[in-house]
Design a protein around this ligand. Structure first.
Ligand SMILES: *Cc1c(COP(=O)(O)O)cnc(C)c1O
Length: 442
């Protein structure tokens, strides 16, 4: 039987493709026709030209669907790493917009008419807010860890407790980051117990750094002991070496729902006298993705002089957004920090949101009290209260249907739930619209 497949060069000229990106149409046309040819030579039924055009158009659509797009986080987890962690509020974005969409004094000293320092302003804001001597900002906290180790302990030893050699997820494993940075890891203590004497006994003339790592997404409980930052810091000073805390997630002042009981605020961390601390900008701090390193000026200066700084530095968009977040904290405009705003919402507010949705839709559901996690490796075992809409229909099916509409919920106790702890006020209309559509309610 004769095989009748369209010629690729003619096919791609069809009017249906005229508005599309030609190289992609060509690539998809080749792939689709190749597949149809394989079927044809095996004497299997294959598509005609119009069907092939349709198939190419469908596959083209899938490419368009690959874009980064907004979705609604109804998982209850405010700091959801898969969903982009902290949200930048429109107010913060608007304040930063002017600098982002214009030339700026990023590395220019206007008063002197000379080259200036990229981090000058951000460092000042950090010093003010965190009450520290100096600060520098890099791409994320993983870079911060890498840079600190590379600057101060390359070719030397860094001592870490065996209980803190953690994997944070997404390939951040403390031992591997350490070896890549050029320092030699010296493990001390055991998985469940590390004492200050363990650190003390391990210090040799090759030791450059005592490092403490926040275990972030797991806890060791039961018969366990870890050494306080203060003890580690004091020991380092006594022995003339450096001490560094990879804090992971930092918050200022306090947290609601007694969340702060397990984790001290940044100020308390700094009071321990630790020489260097780093944390993520987009975890509890609630700003843009970056790693913030704070400490003594002389140490921060050394970090800034590291050649790697050039690779790990952040651009003006990050800095402009971070500066506005820092200013919001300084001016006590906490409502501009979306992450804080969500975590601080009262149960009454959440209940109102849930009821508002329930009243307007015709689905079999109820407003329930529930609990959720903060996320982002903060307080892994500590839940705090929330309010959700729990639906009666098949949970797996509902989860998939909502997901298709870009609303991500969670399944708990065999019920599909929209948890309002992480839902933003402006999401309500869309949630109601999608519910009405899904539950066929007019
Ligand atoms: C989250 C985390 C990191 C990684 O930070 P990123 O900003 O995601 O690069 C490193 N260390 C600890 C302790 C963390 O919690």
């Amino acid at each position: 039987m004769k095989i009748t497949l369209p010629k690729i060069d003619k096919l791609v000229l069809r009017a249906e493709f005229s508005e599309l990106f030609a190289p992609l149409v060509l690539k998809l046309a080749k792939e689709v026709i190749q597949k149809e040819r394989e079927k044809a030579v095996k004497n299997l039924p294959y598509l005609n030209e119009d069907e092939i055009v349709k198939k190419i158009k469908n596959e083209y659509k899938e490419y368009e669907n690959l874009e980064l797009k907004p979705l609604i986080n109804a998982t209850g987890v405010v700091l959801h790493t898969n969903l982009g962690r902290s949200v930048i509020s429109k107010e913060i974005l608007n304040k930063a917009l002017k600098t982002i969409t214009s030339y700026s004094n990023l590395e220019y000293n206007v008063a002197l008419g000379k080259r200036g320092e990229r981090y000058a302003y951000t460092s000042k804001l950090c010093s003010m807010l965190f009450e520290c001597e100096d600060a520098v900002v890099v791409n994320n906290n993983a870079s911060a860890v890498f840079l600190v180790l590379n600057t101060f302990a390359k070719g030397k030893e860094t001592i870490v407790s065996r209980g803190e050699l953690v994997e944070i997820g997404g390939s951040f494993r403390v031992p591997e980051v350490m070896s890549n940075s050029g320092t030699t890891l010296k493990e001390v203590g055991t998985t469940n117990k590390t004492k200050i004497s363990d650190y003390e006994g391990a210090i040799s003339e090759d030791t450059a750094l005592l490092m403490k790592v926040h275990p972030s997404n797991f806890t060791i409980s039961g018969f366990s002991q870890s050494t306080s930052l203060e003890e580690i810091s004091n020991l380092a000073k006594k022995r003339g070496i450096l001490d560094y805390y990879d804090l992971g997630s930092a918050y200022l002042n306090e947290l609601p729902y007694s969340l702060g009981k397990l984790e001290p605020p940044l100020k308390k961390v700094l009071e321990s006298g630790v020489s260097l601390v780093s944390f993520s900008g987009d975890k509890l701090f609630g700003s843009v993705q970056c790693g913030i390193i704070i400490g003594k000026k002389e140490l921060i200066d050394k970090i800034k002089k590291n050649q790697l700084m050039r690779m790990l530095r952040v651009d003006k968009i990050t800095l402009s957004l971070l500066n506005e977040s820092l200013k919001a904290y300084i001016n006590k405009e906490f409502h501009l920090i979306q992450t804080q705003h969500q975590i601080y919402k009262s149960l009454d507010e959440l209940e109102k949101m849930a009821n508002l949705v329930k009243e307007q839709i015709n689905a079999n559901c109820e407003v329930v009290k529930t609990t959720t996690f903060v996320g982002g490796g903060t307080m892994p075992c500590r839940q705090y209260p929330s309010v959700a809409l729990a639906f009666t229909a098949n949970p797996e099916e509902l989860e998939a249907k909502f997901r298709e509409k870009l609303i991500i919920g969670r399944i708990e106790n065999d019920k599909f739930m929209l948890d309002f702890r992480s839902v933003m006020d402006e999401n309500l209309d869309e949630i109601i619209r999608v519910c009405k559509e899904l539950f066929d309610d007019k």
